[in-house]
Design a protein around this ligand. Structure first.
Ligand code: F0G
Length: 352
């Protein structure tokens, strides 16, 4: 049994990276594909959760960041910059530290989950709050990095990010021994759906699989440009990670949908929060609200007959629930003090 080497060394032959480049890594990837018994029962399908919150900084961004930061380092960048709803900034901060590069992050003020902000602070990024949303931050990041070539842009518009993130599809096929019939995931800036489709397509082209999944891309109803077919000027959702109105990888997402015979759907905040609670309470997997959008979309798709029973379905849950403690506690009734004596505890547990 050899330890997991990180995704670059696990899939180096499938990544555009020179053989003599040493990976900037925190040993990301190799995340669990967990059978979701309750969701399988609800849908009559065989449902799995790809638990990306198990990555080193708690989200799938680490897959892209190991590639982007290795690339930045060997291309002589002095610093990196990104726009972020939180997870990208946490991941960029961590991998920049590993690479010995300065890191600055542009975040929409007041709209990032507390755990993600804490990560960026602890990991030493320069945090710049922008009076605007993610789309404004990304526009700014593109401008600055165009003017200063020594600063690398590590958003998913950087092709190295997509290359790293496509490995999640490889891992799923390697684990199942085939491609799933349907793959559901939350969509914000649309880099990840583009990356999954690239991964599935590469395995298919090489004859490793005989089919590719239909892609089910789920957006928050208040931030659903791909569902509406037009950018959203003022995106709003409880799922702050995907509070994005003008996805940069629009074409990649459309291509994934069309080539796969897939669909984009919107999930309301209520549906997202219901799925958020369900995945935690019934599957034992604590994810952040944006991640639960994939589950909400899946349940709605099943209810509407888009999804037949008996299929193999993978749902990517993109980020760890610990990143957003505020939303977790909001759903709780007021915490009542419990008297600390064994009888009272037994009573609380309904044993007495
Ligand atoms: N889920 C989570 C937890 C995310 O953080 C993101 C994106 C997505 C889903 C959507 O992925 O953008 O590739 O379609 N977060 C970015 C960030 C925007 O800044 O952390 P996408």
């Amino acid at each position: 049994h050899t330890p997991w080497p990180g995704l670059i060394d696990a899939y180096r032959d499938r990544l555009p990276i020179p053989a003599d480049w040493e990976a900037v890594t925190l040993f990301e990837g190799g995340t669990p594909l967990v059978p979701a018994h309750h969701l399988s029962e609800l849908t009559g399908c065989e449902v799995y959760l790809k638990v990306e919150g198990a990555n080193p900084t708690g989200s799938f961004k680490d897959r892209g960041m190991t590639m982007a930061m290795t690339d930045a380092k060997y291309n002589g960048k002095k610093a990196v910059l990104c726009a972020s709803t939180g997870n990208t900034s946490a991941s960029a901060a961590a991998y920049a530290t590993r690479a010995g590069l300065h890191c600055a992050v542009l975040i929409p003020s007041g709209k990032i989950a507390m755990g993600k902000l804490a990560q960026a602070v602890m990991l030493g990024a320069k945090i710049i709050q922008v009076d605007g949303n993610f789309d404004d931050c990304l526009e700014l990041a593109r401008k600055v990095t165009a003017d200063f070539p020594e600063v690398g842009l590590v958003n998913s518009v950087n092709p190295a990010r997509i290359e790293g993130q496509k490995t999640a599809a490889f891992e799923i096929v390697d684990a199942l021994g085939k491609a799933p019939d349907v793959h559901a995931l939350p969509v914000g800036n649309a880099g990840n759906i583009t990356a999954y489709w690239k991964g599935y397509s590469e395995y298919y082209a090489d004859g490793i699989t005989t089919a590719r999944p239909r892609m089910l891309g789920v957006q928050a109803a208040g931030a659903a440009p791909l569902v509406n077919g037009a950018p959203v000027a003022n995106p709003e959702t409880v799922a702050t990670a995907i509070r994005i109105g003008a996805p940069a990888s629009w074409n990649g997402a459309m291509n994934a949908k069309e080539e796969s015979g897939g669909v984009f759907r919107a999930a309301t905040d209520d549906e997202i929060l219901a799925a958020y609670h369900l995945v935690a309470a019934k599957e034992g997997v604590f994810v952040e609200p944006a991640s639960a959008a994939s589950v909400a979309g899946l349940l709605a798709a099943r209810a509407e007959g888009w999804l037949d029973s008996g299929l193999t379905v993978v749902c990517t849950v993109t980020g760890n629930g610990l990143k957003d403690p505020d939303n977790a506690l909001k759903g709780m009734p007021e915490v009542k003090p419990i008297a600390v004596d064994p009888v009272a505890v037994a009573h609380e547990l309904e044993l007495a």
